[in-house]
Structure formats: C-alpha cells, structure tokens
Design a protein around this ligand. Structure first.
Ligand SMILES: Cc1cc2nc3c(=O)[nH]c(=O)nc-3n(C[C@H](O)[C@H](O)[C@H](O)COP(=O)(O)OP(=O)(O)OC[C@H]3O[C@@H](n4cnc5c(N)ncnc54)[C@H](O)[C@@H]3O)c2cc1C
Length: 419
C-alpha cells in the first residue's frame, strides 16, 4: 500500500493522479478469526488497529452492518479534549488526547487534528467555582487548563453578547489550549487503512444477529447476515446498539440509548477559530474548515433508536445560540442530523471483559466517544489481548462489584439523560 507523503502526492499529481491504491481491501469473511470486533465505527476500527499494532494480533475481522464510520463516528461534532474531573476519566481522556497529538503521523493519514482550544463559558459565580474545581484537579494531574475572567474572554471571543441585558451573562471561561477538533471521517478511514495494512479484514454490510456459544455458554463466534463466523474472542463496539448486542448474549447492561442531535449552517466567513461551550445549557459551537458553523445540541430527552433529531430541541437550541452570539441571527441552517448515544448512569464508559466468557464490551461513551477513540481503543485492545484491564480502565467495568455509581462530571445524580 502506498505510503502517503509529500513525495507520493507530488509524484501522483505529475501522473494525473492515476494509480492510487485502494485505501483498504474488501475481503470475503473467513470461517474463523482469533478476534472479531462488532461495529465498524471509530472504536471498532481503532481497536482492531491497536490489537494488530500493539499486540501483534492480526487474525482479526471488523464486522459492520452498514458502511465504515457511518454511525456516530460520522455524525459527531468532532470535539476532542481532556478536561475531566473524576479521577479515572481525567487520566483516561488525557491518555486519549496524547494519542490524538501523534495520530496523523502514527496512521500515516491526515486526521486533521486541530488544537484550536476550547472555552467553557460560565454564567454565574457558582458555575465559575465548579469549573475552577474541575480545572484545578486537571492542573494537579499535569493537564493544561486555565481560568479566564470576563475581560479576557471579551478579548478572545469579541462576538459574544456582553451587553448589560444579555440573557446569559458571561462571568468568564475555563479553557483548555490543547483541546480542539479532528476530522471524523478521516479518523475512521485512517484507522481502517492502518488496520487493513496490518492484515485485519474489514467486512461491511455484515450485521451480527446472534452469538455461537459452546456447552459452557462461552461465546465462540457470531451469526451474521453473511453466515456464521467462529472467533476465540468477540468484542462489541456498537455505541447506541450495545444494549441489543448485549441482550443477544443474555446481558442486561445499565445503559440507555438516547438520541443526540447536531446542526450545521451554510458556509460563513471565518468567525470562530476555537470551540465554545455554553454553560447555561448543553450547547457548543465550532466552525468547520468548509466554513459551516457546527452546533452541538442536547439529548431529545427520551429513549430512541431513531437517527434523526426532533423539532423541540431545534426550537430550544437555536435561540440559545442566538442569545450567545447575536450575529448568528440571520444565518441559514443547512442540515440537522442525529446519532444514538449509549448513555451510562454516571457518564463514564464501560471497557471490560463481560461476565460471558469470550465476550468483551466497549460502550457507554455518552457524548464523549469521539474524543475517547484513540485512548479507549488502546485500553480495549489491551483488555482483549491480555484478558485483563489496564490500570486506567480497571474500574470502568460493569457493576457490581468494583464500580459504584458516582456523581457524574457535572455533579448530576446517576441518571443517563442528566449528564
Ligand atoms: C450529534 C453527535 C455529536 C457528537 N459530538 C461529539 C463530540 O463533539 N465529541 C465526542 O467526543 N463525541 C461526540 N459524540 C459521540 C461520539 O460520536 C460517539 O461516542 C462515538 O463516535 C462512538 O463511536 P463508536 O465507534 O463506538 O460508534 P459508532 O460510530 O456508532 O459505530 C458503531 C457501529 O456499529 C455498527 N453496528 C451496530 N449494530 C451492529 C450489528 N448488529 N452488527 C454489525 N455492526 C453493527 C453501526 O452500524 C455503527 O457503524 C457525538 C455524537 C453525536 C450523535
């Protein structure tokens, strides 16, 4: 497979851009693999990549019912950051951010990682205290973060509403300079190419419909729409469909599927060169390289497997955006879409060996699974390869016995739709 470089781009350009290799093969499924990963999103692909790269396990297949990256990975708003407060999350997301920093080089694929900074606005003194606590915890763990006062925010983000009658007064912001964005499709494609290069079979249009079990009940393969396939180990990385895949193995997981929506505007001149989150609601904004303003929204508020958003949320979010950035008021919206989130009780993920032998689970990423992709899959691959968790994910297991429901990052109680 061609190594991407300035030289190869230049040489191919001289040849009329003919003769580029396929980025990955399109193999038929084999009868058996050492490891099968269900789900060809960022997590499934990255897990296969790290199994091959870090552990030398290359007899691996990724089974995807649709096309690679067509689930939440291709629908997310691409924010990456590591500004978490709860002990295990702090280190976990920081490991992920470190992997993001070298990802394009590691994959030999431009994941378009942009450390454009994040500003978390706060709108009351108590919110400021909450953020100060979170950012102090981060800093004590060696993670970058700063608290800015109102004047500093005015200088950095002059287009917000600072008027005396502003609906949401701005007291200041917490900011993580290394946070930013990455190109979602490129991340899926880069991991796909990297895994394929190491021998992993990526099999699309192949839905897993059940498991093969041996006499002891252990999972020893999967049933799919393209036939039965044997495997020594099966890992599931299917985000909002995890409860369905777990139920096929007789597991009732403590997660709920919720719908999360996002929007993009028509292309606009460069306005926002960073990521801004709005503390008075679950709303955030950034600007894509094509110029579209990307708005992230909130959950619809009830369980759903629909991959489209509903109007009540649009009605709720767009006025919030307008109140925060008045110059958006005449902007036209181009698209809205949704994805199915795997929400846990406490907002922290689950990466573990399941109670069923041969079955491993990676889920519960709520709104944060894109930024978690490199780290979580590095830990998931470690867990599958070694049959035990890494120290950073040993508490991210299924309750009981080790995991106790904690307060979520936002100090909300254990309710899947509240964090
Ligand atoms: C609107 C929106 C905005 C978001 N914004 C952000 C953000 O800014 N930052 C962030 O960190 N996170 C964000 N997220 C969350 C993030 O997108 C997800 O947590 C992450 O992409 C999950 O990756 P995944 O690979 O686990 O899941 P997916 O990308 O959903 O992949 C799972 C795959 O499994 C496949 N599958 C399901 N069932 C089966 C089956 N039976 N057999 C075979 N294949 C199956 C699906 O087709 C799918 O392709 C956002 C999500 C949404 C919806």
């Amino acid at each position: 497979m061609t190594h991407y470089s300035w030289f190869s781009v230049f040489a191919k350009a001289l040849g009329g851009n003919k003769g580029w290799d396929r980025a990955w093969r399109d193999p038929e499924p084999k009868a058996a693999y050492d490891v099968i990963i269900v789900g060809g999103g960022g997590h499934g692909l990255a897990t296969a990549y790290y199994l091959a790269k870090e552990h030398g396990i290359t007899n691996v297949a990724v089974l995807e019912k649709g096309w690679l990256g067509g689930g939440n990975t291709g629908r997310n708003t691409t924010i990456i950051r590591s500004n978490y407060m709860i002990d295990v999350n702090t280190h976990f997301y920081e490991k992920s951010l470190k992997l993001w920093e070298g990802l394009s080089k590691d994959l030999n694929y431009n994941a378009m990682v942009s450390h454009r900074k994040i500003y978390n606005l706060f709108h009351s003194p108590s919110q400021m205290e909450g953020f100060a606590k979170r950012y102090n915890i981060m800093r004590s763990c060696g993670i970058d973060g700063e608290i800015l006062n109102r004047e500093e925010v005015m200088k950095a983000l002059p287009y917000l509403d600072y008027s005396p009658n502003a609906r949401f007064p701005i007291y200041g912001a917490a900011s993580q300079p290394r946070a930013g964005t990455a190109r979602h499709d490129a991340v899926a494609w880069g991991y796909a190419r990297g895994a394929d290069m190491r021998g992993v079979d990526l099999i699309q249009n192949c839905e897993v419909t059940g498991y093969q079990r041996d006499a002891s009940g252990a999972v020893v393969g999967v049933q799919t729409t393209r036939g039965d396939i044997k495997a020594k180990k099966v890992g599931i990385a299917v985000a909002g469909h995890t409860s369905q895949l777990a139920e096929m193995a007789g597991l009732n997981l403590p997660i709920e599927s919720h719908l999360l929506q996002a929007f993009v505007s028509e292309p606009y001149k460069p306005l926002i060169d960073t990521v801004i989150t709005f503390g008075a609601g679950h709303f955030y904004i950034s600007q894509s390289d094509k110029g579209g303003l990307v708005f992230g929204g909130d959950l619809d508020g009830y369980n759903s497997f629909a991959q489209r958003g509903n109007f009540h949320l649009i009605d709720h979010l767009l006025p919030e955006g307008k109140a925060m950035i008045p110059c958006l008021s005449r902007l036209r919206f181009q698209r809205t879409w949704g994805g199915i989130m795997d929400m846990t009780m406490d907002g922290s993920p689950i990466i573990c060996k399941s109670p069923v032998d041969g079955l491993y689970i990676n889920c519960g990423f709520c709104y944060g699974g894109f930024k978690a992709t490199p780290g979580s899959c590095w830990f998931f691959a470690h867990t599958i390869a070694n049959d035990r968790p890494h120290e950073f994910n040993h508490t991210l297991t299924l309750p009981p016995p080790r995991r106790r429901y904690r307060m979520a990052e936002k100090r909300s109680p254990p309710m899947p739709r509240w964090h």
